[in-house]
Design a protein around this ligand. Structure first.
Ligand SMILES: [Zn+2]
Length: 298
């Protein structure tokens, strides 16, 4: 079959030479259009959820920034991940954050921008527990032990390693009921104690506990309060922790993949029965681990 393409073109080859410089100018103008249409220096910053509160995991999104994006919020460095032209950072709002306004300070392509973000008041339920007296009033030895253990764990949070987590966080114990939710204010043997900084998932002894995302095991220990414990570092300051385990199948320094079985449910440490206490920290902030599974950050 004859190719009729050239015959359809109304411009003879000699004419193209004269048109070429004009075409180049037009093409250059078309290429420059998006830049002209979106004026530089007008990036849009948003935060979700719209009403962030203590214990929430918030996401700061920057769209339309031309250049590197950096920022701090609640005295923490924001780790921005770029995808499809949007920069997103995961921010932990500690359970004990006082409601009020806090500055979100950002550097958007060399331009300093600051705005106040309101942290809203949140109501958490009250729970009364009765435990054996020796589990509440500690002996001096146990008191010293618990304090030592707490310091060891707290020493993990200042480390923000490189991102290891990918995509959505999954449920470490799928399909289980919540026994004690996150944030519950506790009164143990009539004495007010720290709020519940994780979520208790009801399960039977020996049920497999899975890594909610890729990461590395940074802590394995048998502790006074939390019993057999595992802590995973997922990078960018995101840690997940698993307490009261009966068996632990990982060792410190081991890399884990999302879905790997890391341990088994138990009732070790200060526990009233078999369950999984699942906790999460974002740059040290105590946050609701269930919110990790709802994050939309690529
Ligand atoms: Zn718990």
């Amino acid at each position: 079959m004859r190719n009729k393409t050239s015959a359809k073109c109304g411009v003879r080859s000699a004419d193209w030479r004269g048109i070429t410089p004009v075409l180049i100018v037009i093409l250059c103008l078309i290429a420059a259009l998006p830049v002209i249409a979106a004026p530089a220096g007008k990036p849009v910053v948003s935060i979700s959820p719209k009403k962030p509160g203590p214990g929430d995991i918030a996401v700061v999104t920057v769209k339309g920034a031309s250049g590197p994006v950096e920022g701090t919020f609640l005295k923490k460095h924001l780790h921005f991940n770029e995808s499809k032209g949007a920069y997103k950072a995961i921010v932990g709002i500690d359970l004990n954050t006082e409601p009020g306004s806090y500055p979100l300070v950002m550097n958007l392509g060399g331009k300093s921008v600051s705005r106040d973000v309101k942290i809203w008041k949140k109501r958490f339920p009250l729970q009364r527990l009765t435990l054996r007296e020796d589990q509440v009033t500690l002996s001096p030895e146990n008191e010293a032990r618990a304090e030592r253990e707490q310091k060891r764990v707290a020493a993990l949070w200042p480390v923000d390693s490189l991102r290891m987590w990918e995509g959505k966080f999954i449920d470490p114990l799928p399909g289980h009921e919540i026994g004690t939710p996150f944030g519950v204010r506790r009164i143990i043997n009539n004495i007010p104690k720290n709020s519940h900084s994780g979520v208790d998932l009801t399960a039977d002894e020996g049920e497999p506990v899975k890594a909610p995302n890729d990461g590395v095991v940074v802590f394995v220990d048998e502790q006074f309060f939390s019993g057999n414990s595992v802590i995973l570092d997922h990078g960018q300051g995101i840690y997940t922790m698993f307490f009261h385990l009966s068996k632990i199948h990982v060792r410190p320094g081991q890399a884990v993949m999302k879905g790997d079985v890391i341990a088994e449910v138990g009732s070790t440490g200060r526990s009233t029965g078999a369950h999984l206490h699942w906790g999460a920290r974002v740059q040290g902030a105590k946050v609701d681990p269930l919110q990790l599974m709802k994050l939309k950050v690529e």
